[in-house]
Design a protein around this ligand. Structure first.
Ligand SMILES: Cc1cc2nc3c(=O)[nH]c(=O)nc-3n(C[C@H](O)[C@H](O)[C@H](O)COP(=O)(O)OP(=O)(O)OC[C@H]3O[C@@H](n4cnc5c(N)ncnc54)[C@H](O)[C@@H]3O)c2cc1C
Length: 404
């Protein structure tokens, strides 16, 4: 790409921000166009007036194995707002009240099961996590919660190939790969605000409330603005598939999604989780992972199809009751809460949808795609989004060695 041209990035989720940061730091003129009044997309924080606290749309966790995400956070300085926790994953089983912790030296299962989870012997294209690991002794206490957390898809439909790939990245990398990186000041403080500051430092323009309505090789049409494209300009559409499908008719496959529900409770005082951990896995419960940040307790329900249509009061009551039992709290009603329903949190990671994820190249010259749903061995995660943004910037700028 000629340095005289402009790189237009549409969508300021993590994929778009990653593409823009990499290109702007390399000296490219960059313009970002975002429909919302804020950046971050599905990974963002906001001030919740009812709770009087900054909360995230949903609790997120990054592992040390997510190297591209960490490289992005280091390049923008956002890593300063992240914390590397101990590589220890505590669980409690609400049915038996037993608790245990998985660490690199205390593996979750016997060697036979671990080899199966790592993809050995060979994993078939049509295998699911359920068919591969559903009959193992540690299924309910480890593989099931891991599948729901990583794949946001129930084990009976989740792709075993994708799951075993992520397990290889996490379990074979030792303690550094298993180190959970958390966000004590919220997602935006680490992954969004520092990227916007970096873009501004490197002279990139960012326009909020600019919704893309149409695209072709000559122009980008927004609600009330048209941006003409010159021969040297390039475009990265960092948009979800359900937004792109009508903009690029006939090119985006139908891609089913799965919801995530988060409940945030503002407690009367800060509540510690067992062993000073920042999170706790819940087994035999509707809630899956409990996170603590000061006086806010948050619980995540992945693959939340059975919960998402319930009313907020019922969801809060059910999840609070589980929290109370897990933490041995007195029988008090739910404190003030906020329920966040992300109906299209990620793709469904079944084998068919996974195989249909398209690459970053479109049929229109100079226009590329980015987003967590673009073909990748990773499920739809921060790592997938940021890696896809970097890959799209490499293609758009014809610079295969581009880094953050
Ligand atoms: C509740 C929840 C919990 C999660 N937990 C984790 C976790 O623990 N770990 C992990 O790694 N990942 C997690 N994820 C996944 C992660 O958040 C996503 O993979 C990632 O944020 C996707 O980024 P993206 O840039 O691909 O897409 P998006 O964030 O969807 O970004 C797309 C952007 O495009 C904008 N846009 C849409 N339409 C238009 C238009 N027409 N014109 C201009 N702009 C437009 C949107 O406003 C948005 O800003 C979670 C997701 C959710 C929802």
């Amino acid at each position: 790409m000629s340095s005289a041209g402009t790189l237009h990035v549409v969508g300021a989720g993590l994929a778009g921000l990653a593409a823009a940061v990499a290109a702007a730091k390399a000296g490219q003129r960059v313009v970002v166009h975002e429909a919302a009044g804020h950046a971050g997309g599905r990974c963002r924080s906001f001030m919740d007036e009812r709770l009087g606290r900054v909360i995230d749309n949903g609790s997120h966790l990054v592992l040390g194995a997510n190297r591209t995400a960490l490289a992005y956070a280091r390049a923008t300085g956002g890593i300063e707002a992240m914390e590397a926790a101990q590589p220890a994953f505590p669980f409690i089983d609400l049915a038996s009240a037993k608790s245990w912790t998985v660490t690199p030296s205390r593996p979750p299962a016997g060697i036979g099961e671990i080899l199966r989870a790592l993809g050995l012997p060979w994993t078939g294209k049509s295998e699911t996590v359920g068919s591969r690991l559903g009959h193992t002794a540690s299924f309910t206490r480890f593989w099931l919660p891991m599948c729901e957390a990583i794949m946001n898809t129930a084990p009976h439909e989740a792709s075993a190939r994708m799951f075993t790939w992520t397990m290889r990245k996490a379990l074979l990398g030792g303690a550094p790969a298993l180190t959970p990186w958390i966000f004590p000041g919220g997602l935006s403080a680490a992954l969004v605000a520092p990227a916007l500051a970096t873009l501004s430092l490197f002279g990139a323009e960012i326009h909020f409330r600019r919704r893309l309505k149409a695209v072709n090789s000559q122009a980008l049409s927004f609600d009330d603005t048209e941006v003409a494209l010159g021969a040297a300009d390039r475009v990265i559409l960092a948009l979800p598939p359900w937004v792109l499908a009508p903009l690029l008719p006939g090119t985006i496959p139908d891609m089913p999604t799965r919801p995530i529900v988060n409940a945030h409770f503002r407690c009367a005082q800060p509540i510690d989780l067992p062993h000073g951990s920042h999170f706790l896995g819940l087994v035999n419960a509707s809630g899956h992972w409990l996170f603590t940040r000061g006086d806010v307790l948050s619980v995540t329900v992945s693959a939340a199809g059975s919960l998402v249509d319930l009313d907020n009061d019922s969801i809060a009551e059910r999840l609070w009751e589980e929290i109370r039992r897990a933490l041995n709290l007195p029988p008090i009603p739910p404190p003030p809460y906020r329920i966040m329903k992300e109906k299209r949190a990620t793709l469904a990671h079944d084998n068919q949808t996974t195989a249909s994820r398209p690459g970053p190249v479109t049929g229109i010259e100079g226009i590329f795609l980015a987003g967590d749903w673009i073909a990748s061995p990773w499920p739809c995660t921060i790592e997938a989004a940021i890696s896809s943004g970097l890959s799209a910037a490499r293609l758009a700028l014809s610079r295969p060695g581009l880094t953050f």
